[in-house]
Write a protein that binds this ligand. Sequence first.
Ligand SMILES: [Zn+2]
Length: 260
Amino acid sequence: MKVIRLYMNNRLRNFNYIIGCEKTGQAIALDPLDGEAVLSAAKAEGWQIKLIINTHEHHDHIEGNPTVQAATGAPIWASEHAIGKIPNVARGLIANEVFELGSMVFKVLPTPGHTPVHVCLLTVSEKNPILFSGDTLFNACAGNCFNGGNVDQMYETFKAVLKPLPDETILYPGHDYMKTNLGFSLVWEPNNEDTTYWQRSVESLQPNDMPYMTLGQERLYNPFLRLESPSLIAKLEASGESITSSRAVFTALRSRRDKW
Ligand SMILES: [Zn+2]
């Protein structure tokens, strides 16, 4: 498997992914926004796009579908709950189903929260699993819940779906927000040396050069994965939040991030 990450250079800072099987040349276009860019990147690899998959229904994750489909004939797959919300979905993906393309094997993770129909893809054919997290988990943050989402569902997704994933899982998020998010992390854990280290490490990098982080690394600085951190809880309480549970930490952080 080889993954091409394309930075869209747009206001929303989307990443598009083309996931290719190097043995068969079959590929998946994930959340295509700039269809032409996706097509030319696949062509440069000698790949044939066999599937278009959308993590969720937001326009910046589906807008390139028609262009890619017109050129390749690839069917569109998305959550079964996205049928009717995303045009021309040919197959509704069911929670935890496993599918193959070439030598690549993926599991569909149901991850509601950013929107009710959101799914993530997890590779099960790679030595180190890869998580294509769409707008659920970003570097140093969680996705927002103010555009059709629900923060309680997002918390449940983090707890039930993301938390059990192993540290060596590599994160491929839907947007390049890492620099901004590390700034937010530092507001709530100003003495976190890992956050400071990574902020310094990435501050001069261009989007195409941003590192691929593991969940183990994210767990060191992503506040949404650090709900039990005593310093984080103390900081939230000092700012007037009433913290009685991990859910309360998550909800308070998401609310603060919306206003930040
Ligand atoms: Zn979105």
